[in-house]
Design a protein around this ligand. Sequence first.
Ligand code: BEZ
Length: 211
Amino acid sequence: MSIRLGDKAPDFTQDSTEGQIRFHEWMGDSWVVLFSHPADFTPVCTTELGRLAGLKQEFDRRNVKVIGLSVDPVDSHRGWARDIAETQGTEINFPLLADADRRVSELYDMIHPNADSTATVRSVFIIDPNKTVRLMITYPASTGRAFDELMRVIDSLQLTEYQRVATPVDWKSGEDVVILPAIPNEEADKLFPQGYKELKPYLRITPQPSK
Ligand code: BEZ
C-alpha cells in the first residue's frame, strides 16, 4: 500500500530500543518524525543519528517526537548506540524500531527493491497530532539528510496549521510569509493586524506571526 500526503499514518506495534511501541498511542498529541535508515553500523547513519539526538531541544520546543527504524534487531541497535555516543558525542534520546520482520518498513514502503532488496532507504515522514501524513521525503542510502531542512519544514507546517500562512521559496524562520489564498482580505485584515503587502490579490506578504 502506498502512502500519500493527507493519508492517515498507518498504526503498528513493533519492538524498539525503548520496549514495544504502539505507534498511535506513543505519538499522543505530538507531531512525529518517523525515519528509516539503511542499517546499523554504517557511516552515514552514524552521523545522522548523532545529529538528530543533538537536536532534541529543538524538537521538544516544537512538540515533535522522533522515532527511527531499520531492519536490525534491538541488540544491534543498542550496540551501535554506544558507537554513536563515542564518535558523535551524543546519546540516542529517541526510540529506534527494530523492524527485523519488516512489518513497519513494508507498511510505510521504506524498502525500494530496485535500489536495495533488503535495506530500507532513507525515508522521512512528518505526521501531525491528528495522525495525518504531512511530509514524505526519500533520500538514497549514500546521502545523509539535511536536518536543518527538516526543521524548516516543521516550522512551515506549524505556521500553516496554527497561523494560517504559507512560506515562500527559500524561506527561513523569521522571514516574511504569505497569507493563505483561501483567506479573504476582510478576514486577513483581522488575522494580521501587523498588515500585509498585496502584490497581487493572490500574493499577500506579511511578517511571520509569532508562535
Ligand atoms: C550508510 O552509511 O548508511 C551507507 C553509506 C553508503 C552506501 C550505503 C549506506
